[in-house]
Design a protein around this ligand. Sequence first.
Ligand SMILES: [Zn+2]
Length: 436
Amino acid sequence: MSIGRQDKPHGQGFNRILAIVALVWLAAAPAFGQRLSPLAARPAWPELERFQQTMTRDEFVRLLQTLYAPAGGWESFITVGDDRAWLVTDSKNPSQVFELRFAVAPKPARITSGFWRTRAQIRRDQSGLPSSPGRPLDGLRIALDPGHLGGEWAQMEERWFQIGDAPPVKEGEMTLAVAKMMAPRLEALGATVMWVRRENGPVTTTRPEGMLDIARGALIERGVTDTKDNYAGPADPDREKSIQWEAERLFYRISEIRTRARLVNDVLQPDVTLCLHFNAEEWGDPAKPALVEKNHLHLLVSGNFSAAELRYDDVRFEMLTRLLSRVHEEEIPLAETVASTLARATALPPYEYTDGRAIRVGPSPYVWARNLLANRLYRCPVIYCEPYVMNSPEVFARVQAGDYEGLREVAGRLRPSIVREYADAVVAGLLDAYGK
Ligand SMILES: [Zn+2]
């Protein structure tokens, strides 16, 4: 390990003076130590030691260029030499580097993050056990992560809309309903199901009131000069300048997902995490939402980090941890398998990103790489599902029909309930991917 490239040697006395100056400066100005994304802790770069000589130079560069950062921007922070790379650990002080040595052999050792297992490893573990007919997912550890908060938080998190007198649509409650439909099915097949969120509401204990100072600082850092304390609802055009809106976002998105990531990585430690979402098109005013004749499906894997995102030290560290652990070798095929069962069940066309936030990464038109907080922080394969446009007339009708057994005519066609269709299709995909 070497954090900090060794520059010209100095005498001991000079080094001691430098160290004292540095300590005094760090104590006086901790905010200037590193460039970190909101609520991020300082990355522990020595954790990358376990990846020394596990990846060849060619593979490292190819993964950066094709999956993780194809738009570039990493070159300012990652210098690739013949047999090693220098990874800048502090973008405000680029002489601070971690030295990563490449493997020489073309077939280097496989290293995973430590807790999750590949499909091949799970199959090997299963082969030592007595066979259990009807339980093809025996031993698989799955974490269910229903997206968003739901309940009384749905309006604040902008995952809520209402049409006329119909009950409001709340994404966070629909994702939980799907997870609750899936859990007994997965357990009956032998899987161990763990919950990232099992009821409506936040997992984090932080609340917006406790985030006001950080919110104010974040707005100033973004260059907002005319900040406001509060905003007047979702239609307020100035809401993004308000400390209240920023504090709420830090609560329900950043703090919430960071808390979920700690739960996944430190406590649950699953083989795979299922992030369940419903998609939507822009609906405008949630009290008078626009219905749009669009309906589609896609799944997200981690990748396509932008140059702006890569300026953050923690974001680069997390990207490199994912790249070097080769989690994509599981995550992409898993997404492709679940995409095909979801596509078969829903008959939905693939979503098309046109803004550059995501790129296609394989043969499936449904699978896109995009840098999201959840699929970046979770240190295991993540199957991140985005089926159905909630504010399409068809899906809206299906959500209003609720859950039911068998088939029923909804929106002009005989169909299963949307909750069952979603849950059954994902379970079928997991069976295809992991089943004995
Ligand atoms: Zn969502």
